[in-house]
Design a binder for this molecule. Structure first.
Ligand SMILES: NC(=O)c1ccc[n+]([C@@H]2O[C@H](COP(=O)([O-])OP(=O)(O)OC[C@H]3O[C@@H](n4cnc5c(N)ncnc54)[C@H](O)[C@@H]3O)[C@@H](O)[C@H]2O)c1
Length: 249
């Protein structure tokens, strides 16, 4: 089955997108951006109340989904409408020095960030392959996957594993018309970064060539490109959205 530009354009006229972690921060910005582009968005988040608020804003649907619950993830993708787009933004970790990270915490951060991405991508891919429908998956990675992730060793390791998964899944699933890409944000203003920005924003912004930290919409724009028709021949790659920070190191 061919998946050229024509096929991709037809697929985006009316799309269904699932955004995990869509109730807050980068995920919520992705929800709002995709909803402006002929897309029905399902806001899938462990926090149902927050998901409902974001879904109501855009006329989308809220769903309670814990991406660490494998059975729930499988049921979610088996039962609902087959998505054309899956954006995996659920993730995160609490800061801790590597010496203080115990096994359960290390395992939980890997399970949320790597396991959560993999099981959602796998369930959505199985569904789309069964129905012979194209699918575009975007993972929200992190610039901390490269270099040292001081006080976030578990998180940096998890996001590095996700970057590998993006490449492998893209190659394994390409023949099914499934594209898999990632956006790689630098420091972005969200509830998850409120504390560090409250105390250090000015000095952190000085390290960014474009002179400011990121906003969730900066990342959402890159996601919109990757899931759109103009990226119909783009798979297995990462778009860095960091104000030039990576290039300057
Ligand atoms: N903010 C940044 O600077 C930054 C930088 C790089 C990467 N990221 C990544 O972007 C993504 C979004 O981060 P954010 O800053 O918007 O965080 P956020 O805390 O604002 O949003 C995360 C969302 O994920 C949801 N979530 C958490 N655990 C979940 C689970 N088990 N199942 C389903 N949903 C769950 C939360 O309820 C929340 O709505 C994360 O993967 C994060 O690692 C963020």
């Amino acid at each position: 089955m061919p998946f050229g530009p024509g096929a991709a354009r037809a697929a985006v006229v009316t799309r269904v997108a699932v955004v995990t972690g869509g109730a807050s921060g980068i995920g919520a910005a992705v929800v709002r951006t995709l909803a402006r582009d002929s897309t029905h968005v399902v806001v899938a988040d462990v926090d149902l109340d927050a998901a409902r608020e974001v879904a109501a804003e855009v006329g989308g649907r809220a769903a309670q989904l814990d991406v660490t619950d494998s059975q729930a993830v499988d049921a979610f993708f088996a039962d609902g409408q087959c998505p054309d787009v899956l954006v995996c933004s659920a993730g995160g970790a609490l800061r801790s020095a590597a010496l203080e990270i115990d096994d359960p915490t290390f395992g939980a951060v890997l399970d949320l960030n790597v396991g959560g991405f993999f099981r959602c991508a796998r369930a959505a891919a199985r569904r789309s392959i069964r129905l012979s429908r194209p699918l575009s998956i975007v993972h929200v990675g992190s610039s901390l996957a490269e270099g040292a992730a001081t006080d976030l060793a578990h998180f940096g390791a998890a996001k590095a594993a996700c970057a590998s998964l993006v490449r492998t899944l893209a190659v394994e699933w390409a023949s099914h018309g499934i594209r898999v890409n990632s956006v790689v944000p630098g420091l972005v203003r969200t509830p998850a970064t409120a504390a560090v920005l409250a105390s250090h924003e000015a000095s952190l912004a000085r390290d960014v060539p474009l002179g400011r930290v990121g906003e969730p919409d900066d990342v959402a724009g890159a996601v919109a490109y990757l899931v759109g028709a103009d990226a119909g021949w783009v798979t297995g790659t990462a778009v860095t959205v960091d104000g030039g920070r990576r290039a300057s190191r």
